[in-house]
Write a protein that binds this ligand. Structure first.
Ligand code: FEO
Ligand code: CA
Ligand code: CA
Length: 745
């Protein structure tokens, strides 16, 4: 996704950048690494074959004594229009854009004439999780590896392909908006092993779509607040829908938690709305600007132009009514977006709930720390925009292991997610860090000059402004978070940041600091602006492993880079042809094996390779060394930033496992409880398409998965986002025969 660029607050990005003399700059690029004896796998369709799969659900394994090691050949970088996995593995397309979720919905023609997206797979598959079922499909089974429910996000659209002749300009035809709106949201879809292969179930009691039109309950401290009052919900207790859902995770009680990410772009504001709201210093105007909607903002899809009906009009958040409280228009509608949203896959009739206690920002996703009986739960969250923050929620309720299988899962969500404390992270140059609570009781927040918070609900709705007030550290676009299932250490991808500079010289730019230490130019053609071109992955360990700790220790697990780039300034993790990557986005740990999976959403290295997924065996915070990065500032003075580089991976500890088709991103991964199947989402293959070329299939950048035999269209098909399932041909675990985990489930 494109990111917003909104943090113009005056926080220093971190301190402790020591000026000193330095030697000349090293060459950025020393050569291009392209070697690597990778083996191309094939993508096949569910058909005959299979072999070797379990029949019964796998029991919990005994602690493994097998030293964990990666046991697949590294996949080479590739620009081919297919999914490549190592020899010995099979990747199969399972569930693609438009696939029907009941018998009444026609097969997907994939020619732009399809409708009924309320009962089809949405577009842009993203975060995904697996919820096991028993053999009869009648109840939750946490060990159910033969039958389960996949729940996934549909983040956004490749809108040109949804229509026969591409997108019609504003005013948008209602018929086009009626397809685009419900192609967003969340899918719940049952999957089952048939003859040893997973297939999706076109008919299932669990199949469900949650779209931007679906009623959703506002929960937590902001419920009923004046900031949420709308024409739809004058009491401020409800909203419709969820949008731009990005990453996801499973709660300790077995529900799906999805992040609302770049939602602000869907709303329009008139050119004179500041005046209507009381001028540039009005609180709502300051808030809207900080969250990406200054006045005179056009909406991404122009749905507010599709008609006077409420389902279109709500996307215009200008103050058009005469009420003082906003109950006669949608001036407050955007305050009902930007939350973590909880969905119970097993209870299709249960409304989703927005958990306002976890704050409002561009939520990539939220990942729970290890649940420890008798202690609060922690949820780690990134705000994916340039220069935004990393957050932590700590529940008021302490974890009761009996809640792992509660009678009412959404009630468990109320218990753990509706009351707690929200913190923002500050990363110090010495490798320590603090969690700073965002509370109205903090006079720095209560007296913040830029925005006068009314109460704690206001702090949660405007969490970015509260984090500005307390000087949280501006990061290089925080994306997914993952928690190591053995050590409990937290990993957060920082995908890239074109606004990270040696020294910030303009509004919205950030200077290099210890936690975001690189600013350099892409190689070989400077295809991107100088900045943190390739991204990195920061990790931290809570003091005492306590979820409620207010201090932590951190380092950088991995710096993305091209293998051939300068090791003194760019390729700090010494990546090689087997594991070099750019723009890490998805990150996830297998709870079965303890291996880490890293997925990319890249635009910098795509001249050499499509986006990819790697599998690794990370160490822990502090296992590397400090490396001094030396810069020359504009005035000729020297600047040294000390990067805290984790142990450099080798091909034995980090290896490329998958490369996707053209013009896609790899995002979202989950596994069956037995660890023998993983589900991975391929998002927006061939998304770069001009309306003028929609009638000429030879101009499409990708034809996947039609070119792999899935669905209509064949070799010249319109591309579709899709979920694939990957298994090992010998029925083994993914990536290894060992485990670091006793039993994750
Ligand atoms: Fe939706 Fe931050 O990626
Ligand atoms: Ca992304
Ligand atoms: Ca993402």
């Amino acid at each position: 996704m494109t990111e917003e660029n909104l943090n113009t607050s005056g926080n220093p990005s971190i301190q402790d950048v020591v000026e000193q003399r330095l030697s000349r700059r090293g060459m950025l690029r020393m050569g291009v690494g392209t070697a690597g004896a990778a083996v191309l796998g094939s993508l096949s369709l569910a058909a005959c074959g299979g072999g070797g799969d379990d029949v019964a659900a796998a029991p919990a394994p005994a602690p493994s004594t097998t030293p964990i090691s990666l046991n697949f050949p590294a996949v080479a970088k590739s620009t081919a229009d297919l999914v490549t996995v190592p020899a010995g593995y099979t990747a199969t397309v399972l569930y693609a854009l438009g696939d029907p979720l009941n018998a009444a919905t026609p097969d997907y023609r994939n020619d732009g004439t399809d409708t009924n997206f309320e009962t089809r797979a949405g577009d842009h598959h993203d975060g995904i999780d697996y919820f096991g079922l028993n053999a009869a499909g009648t109840a939750r089974d946490v060990a159910g590896s033969e039958r389960g429910i996949l729940v996934m996000n549909h983040e956004a659209l490749t809108d040109q392909f949804l229509h026969a002749a591409g997108v019609t300009a504003n005013p948008r035809p209602a018929a086009e908006a009626d397809k685009e709106i419900p192609a967003h949201g969340v899918s719940c879809v049952e999957v089952r092993k048939v003859n040893g292969r997973f297939v999706y179930q076109r008919e299932s009691q669990y199949n469900r779509r949650i779209t931007p039109n679906t009623p959703i309950e506002m929960r937590g401290p902001v419920r009923g607040n004046a900031l949420l009052r709308t024409k739809y919900s004058p009491a401020g207790t409800d909203t419709r829908g969820t949008i731009n859902n990005c990453g996801s995770s499973v709660t300790p009680w077995g529900t799906f938690l999805t992040g609302e990410e770049n939602w602000s772009g869907y709303f329009a504001r008139s050119a004179t709305d500041d005046t209507a709201r009381g001028g540039a210093t009005a609180k709502s105007v300051v808030s809207l600007a900080r969250y990406g909607r200054p006045q005179n903002s056009a909406s991404r899809h122009g749905w507010e132009t599709a008609g006077a009906a409420d389902l279109y009009a709500r996307w215009n958040i200008s103050q058009t009514g005469t009420s003082t409280d906003g109950t006669d228009d949608y001036r407050n509608e955007m305050n009902t977006y930007g939350y973590m949203v909880e969905v119970d896959a097993y209870a299709p009739a249960a409304a989703a709930r927005k958990r306002t206690a976890l704050g409002r920002f561009a939520h990539e996703m939220g990942m729970f720390g290890l649940a420890q009986a008798g202690k609060p739960l922690a949820v780690y969250m990134g705000d994916d925009s340039r220069g935004e923050y990393i957050y932590k929620f700590v529940s008021t309720a302490s974890w009761d292991a009996a809640d792992a299988s509660p009678a009412n899962r959404m009630a468990a969500g109320d218990k753990y997610l509706d009351a707690g404390r929200l913190y923002a992270a500050r990363f110090n140059a010495d490798g320590s860090g603090q969690w700073i609570e965002l509370t109205i009781a903090n006079t720095t927040i209560a007296n913040f000059a830029n925005y006068r918070f009314a109460d704690q609900a206001d702090v949660l709705v405007n969490a970015r402004l509260a984090a500005d007030a307390v000087g949280a550290t501006k990061m290089d676009r925080p994306e997914w978070a993952a928690v190591h299932p053995v050590t409990g250490e937290v990993y957060v991808t920082l995908t890239n940041n074109s606004n990270r500079k040696i020294e910030a010289s303009g509004s919205g730019q950030q200077s290099v600091d210890a936690a975001n230490p690189r600013a350099y130019t892409d190689a070989p053609t400077a295809a991107t602006a100088p900045g943190n071109v390739n991204g990195h992955i920061i990790r931290f360990r809570e003091t005492g492993n306590e979820p409620a700790a207010t201090t932590f220790a951190w380092d950088v697990y991995l710096f993305g880079a091209e293998a051939g780039m300068d090791a003194t300034r760019v390729n700090l993790s010494a990546l090689t042809a087997d594991n070099d990557l750019s723009s890490p986005d998805g990150i996830w740990f297998s709870r079965k094996t303890g291996l880490v999976f890293v997925q990319t959403d890249d635009g910098a290295y795509t001249d050499v390779t499509n986006c990819m997924m790697l599998i690794g065996k990370p160490g822990q915070v502090g296992d590397g060394a400090v490396q001094a990065l030396e810069y020359t500032k504009a005035d000729g003075s020297k600047l040294t930033v000390n990067a805290r580089v984790g142990a450099k991976p080798t091909s034995a500890t980090l290896r490329r496992f998958l490369v996707g088709p053209k013009d896609c991103e790899i995002t979202g991964i989950t596994e069956t409880p037995d660890g023998k199947a993983i589900f991975v989402n391929i998002q927006h293959p061939g998304e770069t398409i001009a309306k003028a070329n929609i009638g000429d299939a030879t101009k499409f950048l990708s034809h996947w998965p039609g070119n792999a035999g899935y669905g209509a269209g064949g070799a010249l098909a319109r591309p579709r986002s899709a979920t694939i399932v990957i298994t090992r041909n010998d029925g083994g675990l993914i990536g290894t025969d060992g485990t670091q985990v006793l039993n994750g489930y």
